[in-house]
Ligand binder design. Structure first.
Ligand code: NAP
Ligand code: G4F
Length: 344
């Protein structure tokens, strides 16, 4: 019998990577996608299967995690072995503009899944919750582990912390297999275009093709622990194959400033940037041509910033035998190359 997985957030970066990973593992995959006025399935169009053909392994269902009746009925009808709750308003800066939508989706959406599992009494279901390093906030630790305290600094981080705790509550109170994957930043060629990594690699690709577009950024001194989404979705799956539900960090245990990411990305197309100035006057230019490539725009700063992230994934490495295939250079290489292919 093939295993059946239900994924919320299937149209997002991780949903697309996870669906492809599970199909390769011979799962039947069901995804929940929101109705939108324009079709937004670009990331999964390559695995779409016409329902009318034989032996379909991939199904899409309309839904929204804030609609309990929808989530209840999908779980009841699909009867999955594994549920991956990846749906979220996942942009930290946007969470300051839309705190209520962010909380309804990121916090109550998770509760809707757990309540449905509890009410349907489907104890066989294993539930994965997409928790985040944003929950830690600015704690003074060089490398963050599962034992560290939470101190979120954004509506996004706070909404995700609710989900983290409700997953633990339902695990302990109702004996539901529910695990939190506390994932540090992970990127890919499928990363949303307004996250800093992809914003940078898309600009590099435009420069490669001769477009002279200045890259405007916010805080270039924050540090992030960046990995590749392909490695991280494998970790999600491994969490649900483990003998018991638990909470695991996935991270690369290295940290880099946004500024260094910019330097690395431009160096892939042979441009070595020089920086000068301070604060919003700081710029990056090419010494040879004097041309300006990067400027700072205060609109990209956040009301509150998480300055530093570096995670310790020893627990996942030891217990789940989780491994990473990508380091930051390989990740940036792939992102720049794919954006160069995509940009005309
Ligand atoms: P993403 O690309 O922004 O995808 C988010 C997905 O959630 C999209 O499919 C989106 O649908 C869907 N969604 C949003 N609101 C929804 C709602 N109310 N009901 C149903 N679906 C909804 O995010 P990602 O990078 O793949 O991240 C996946 C998950 O991991 C998220 O929960 C994120 O918070 C968490 N996470 C991500 C990272 C990271 O670095 N990528 C790190 C830690 C945790 P539309 O396409 O219709 O907008
Ligand atoms: O790419 P970002 O928007 O990612 P952020 O805020 O770290 O959040 C991502 O990672 C979290 C895990 O730690 C996830 F939970 C979350 O869902 C999301 O996937 O910003 C990274 C850094 C920030 O410090 C930001 O202030 O880059 C800085 N930055 C500087 N200029 C910018 C920009 N961020 C964006 N998005 N756009 C800029 O122009």
């Amino acid at each position: 019998m093939k295993k059946v997985a239900l994924i919320s957030g299937i149209t997002g970066q991780d949903g697309a990577y996870l669906a492809k990973f599970l199909l390769k593992k011979n799962y039947i995959v069901h995804g929940i996608k929101r109705r939108s006025s324009t079709i937004n399935t670009d990331r999964i169009d390559d695995i779409y299967e016409d329902r009318h053909s034989n032996k379909v392994n991939f199904f899409l269902h309309y839904g929204d995690v804030t609609d309990y009746s929808n989530i209840f009925n999908l779980i009841k009808n699909i009867n999955p072995n594994e549920i991956y709750n990846l749906a979220a308003q996942s942009h930290v800066k946007v969470s300051f503009d839309t705190p209520i939508y962010t909380s309804n989706t990121n916090a109550l959406g998770t509760l809707n899944f757990l309540e449905a599992i509890k009410t349907l009494n489907l104890k066989k279901i294993k539930f994965y919750q997409a928790s985040t390093s944003e929950m830690f906030g600015n704690i003074k630790k060089k490398s963050i582990s599962e034992k560290d305290k939470f101190n979120p600094v954004s509506p996004y981080g706070t909404s995700k912390l609710y989900s983290y705790w409700i997953v633990k509550n339902y695990r302990e109170s109702y004996n539901i297999f529910a695990s939190n994957g506390i994932l540090f930043n992970h990127e890919s060629p499928l990363r949303g275009e307004t996250f800093v990594s992809r914003k940078i690699t898309m600009n590099v690709a435009k420069r490669y093709h001769g477009y002279k577009e200045i890259l405007y950024l916010g805080n270039i001194y924050s540090k992030r622990d960046w990995g590749h989404a392909a490695d991280y979705v494998e970790g999600m799956w491994k969490m649900l194959q483990y003998k018991k539900s638990d909470d695991f960090i996935l991270a690369s245990n290295s940290t880099t400033t946004v500024k260094e990411f910019v330097n690395k990305a431009f160096s892939k197309i042979g441009i070595n940037l020089t920086w000068k100035g301070k604060g919003i006057k700081e710029i990056a230019f090419d010494k040879k041509t004097k041309e300006i490539y990067v400027r700072i725009d205060k609109n990209y700063f956040r009301p509150n910033e998480l300055n530093y992230l570096k995670g310790n994934a020893s627990k996942a490495k030891k217990l789940l035998k989780w491994k990473q295939r990508y380091n930051l250079d390989k990740l940036i290489d792939e992102m720049v190359s794919k954006d160069i292919e995509k940009t005309i």
